[in-house]
Design a protein around this ligand. Structure first.
Ligand code: CO8
Length: 260
């Protein structure tokens, strides 16, 4: 697929996907969603890609939400299709068997914060602003916000932001656990790439199992979740990387992981 709305680059095992509609503050229309889905499939299937970064073009916005100009006249069935496309695309990143980092370089509003919350990690620039302002245009979140925000920051805060429609800055987002790290804007990409590069060197199968156990164990009853963890952890013993990691520790040397 030829991309017109995103940039897709791979370097040193890290794929960087940049949503590239800076004049519209990188708002997501159905074309962007289609390209993001295609890029997610590439990230999943290309064995050379070990970690993924999602970011927005320009210095003002990560993603300012779904494209309002495309939604204004939708009927419910059309809205449902647009919602399902976003839900499926975001879920691809959330369940990708590789780490995904959102580098939030400005506004992350509505669909923007929903996309960021589908990533494993959120690194933000100091100028980033977060919110679910859908209520202000007669809507509620439709790409996972009612569920993922509630899980990340708790039901009381989720209701405050979703029903109140206000925005918070990066410092507050860090305090409530919505973002993992905050950097000056000019350091955001370098720091995100450094973290992604480190992840790319770690045993890929163990990363996959860690993400799987956390994602799919989270909503299970504790006994079932612990069983899932046991199964995921035991699978790691099938890899050369587990043998190498433990031998290297015992031999007091650095491990040479091979990704298998
Ligand atoms: N959709 C379309 N265009 C947008 C969007 C958007 N979400 N956000 C910004 N833009 C456009 C503006 O229209 C403007 O275009 P133009 O230059 O042609 O007039 C350009 O980007 C620059 O924006 P502003 O001039 O408004 O810039 P400001 O710095 O003054 O303001 C803000 C920045 C605060 C980010 C402001 O643009 C804003 O409030 N944007 C809308 C934010 C919003 O409401 N987002 C939520 C949208 S709804 C949603 O995401 C639901 C997702 C799932 C539902 C699926 C249902 C089918």
């Amino acid at each position: 697929m030829e991309y017109k709305n995103i940039l897709f680059e791979v370097a040193d095992g890290v794929a960087t996907i940049t949503i590239n509609r800076p004049k519209a503050l990188n708002a997501l229309n159905s074309d962007v969603i289609g390209e993001l889905y295609d890029a997610a499939v590439k990230c999943k299937t290309d064995e050379a890609i070990k970690a993924v970064i999602l970011t927005g073009a320009g210095e003002k916005s990560f993603v300012a939400g779904a494209d309002i100009s495309q939604m204004v006249e939708l009927r419910p069935q059309q809205a449902m299709l647009f919602m399902e496309a976003g839900i499926e695309t975001f879920r691809m990143f959330e369940t990708l068997p590789k780490p995904v980092i959102a580098a939030v370089n400005g506004f992350a509003l509505g669909g923007g914060v929903e996309l960021a919350m589908s990533c494993d990690f959120r690194f933000a620039s100091e100028n980033a602003r977060f919110g679910q302002p859908e209520i202000l245009i007669g809507l509620i979140p439709g790409w996972g916000g009612t569920q993922r925000l509630t899980r990340l920051v708790g039901i009381g805060r989720a209701k405050e932001y979703i029903m109140g429609g206000g925005q918070i800055d990066a410092k507050r987002a860090y305090e409530i656990g919505l973002v993992n790290r905050v950097y000056p804007l000019d350091q955001l990409m370098a720091e995100t790439k450094k973290f992604a590069a480190k992840l790319a060197t770690l045993p890929g199968f163990a990363l996959k199992m860690a993400k799987h156990a956390i994602n799919f164990g989270y909503d299970l009853a504790l006994d079932n979740a612990l069983r899932l963890e046991t199964e995921c952890c035991s699978q790691c013993f099938s890899t050369d990387d587990q043998k190498e990691g433990m031998k290297a520790f015992l031999e007091k040397r650095k491990p040479a992981f091979k990704g298998r």
